[in-house]
Design a protein around this ligand. Structure first.
Ligand code: ZN
Length: 212
C-alpha cells in the first residue's frame, strides 16, 4: 500500500500546520499536479521527507533542470516521463489547453496529442517490462468533457481521453479546474478502468501495488 499526498493549484495554508504537526507522517509519496509555487513543493518534500513527482501547469515556468526557479528542488519532473515507485507505475503529462498565444506549458489539442504519442512510446516499454502500461497518470489538465469547463482556458485535453483509452491507467490525477463545492461526485469520475480525480487543492489517497 502506498499513501499519496497529491497537491494542485492552490497553496493550502493549513497544510503547513498539518504537515508540521505530523498529520502526513505516514505519507510515502507526494504528487504535484501543477500550478503551485515550487517553494511550496520543496517545503512538503523537506517536512515529509518523501519523494515528489510533479508536472508543470500553465502558470508554472518552462521547466529547466539547471535553473532553480524553473524546477522543484529535490522533486522529479514527470512531464512526458515514466518511473516506478513502490511497485506503482507513474507517468506524467503537464500543461493545459492553449488559450494565450504567448502562454507557456499550453498546447493546442493537436500539440497535446503529439505529446501523448511521445509518452506512449515509454508506456509501451512498460507493457513489455511490467505487463501493464501505467498505474497513475498525473496531469495538470483534466480530460476533455470530464471535470473541465466550457471556458477556453479550462477546456480539457482530448489527448488525455486518448491516453485513458489506450494506456488504461488505474488513476488519473489532475488539477487546473477548481471545484469549490466539496462534492465527491464532482471531483471523482470513473471512466473505463480509470478513476479520474480532481486533486484541487489536495487529496490523500491510498493505492494498492499495481498488479496485472
Ligand atoms: Zn492551470
Amino acid at each position: 500500500m502506498t499513501k499519496v499526498l497529491a497537491v494542485s493549484d492552490q497553496v493550502v495554508e493549513r497544510i503547513y500546520v498539518l504537515a508540521s504537526s505530523g498529520h502526513f507522517q505516514d505519507v510515502d509519496l507526494i504528487l504535484g499536479c501543477g500550478d503551485l509555487p515550487y517553494t511550496y513543493l520543496e517545503y512538503l518534500i523537506t517536512v515529509l521527507n518523501v519523494p515528489l513527482y510533479y508536472v508543470p501547469g500553465n502558470h508554472d515556468p518552462v521547466y529547466h533542470p539547471r535553473v532553480p526557479l524553473a524546477r522543484a528542488e529535490g522533486g522529479l519532473n514527470l512531464d512526458l516521463k515514466t518511473d516506478s515507485f513502490n511497485g506503482l507505475l507513474l507517468a506524467g503529462l503537464g500543461g493545459s489547453i492553449r488559450y494565450r498565444p504567448d502562454g507557456v506549458n499550453q498546447y493546442t489539442q493537436p500539440e497535446a496529442f503529439m505529446r501523448a504519442y511521445s509518452l506512449m512510446t515509454r508506456l509501451f516499454c512498460n507493457q513489455i517490462r511490467y505487463g501493464r502500461r501505467v498505474d497513475v497518470l498525473i496531469t495538470h489538465s483534466p480530460p476533455f468533457g470530464i471535470h473541465d469547463e466550457d471556458s477556453t482556458a479550462h477546456q480539457g485535453l482530448k489527448a488525455l481521453n486518448f491516453l485513458i483509452r489506450v494506456a488504461r491507467p488505474r488513476f488519473l490525477f489532475h488539477g487546473h479546474t477548481h471545484f469549490y463545492r466539496n462534492n465527491l461526485e464532482d471531483a471523482v469520475t470513473r471512466i473505463g478502468q480509470t478513476t479520474v480525480m480532481n486533486i484541487f487543492p489536495y487529496k490523500v489517497v491510498e493505492l494498492d501495488e499495481g498488479v496485472e
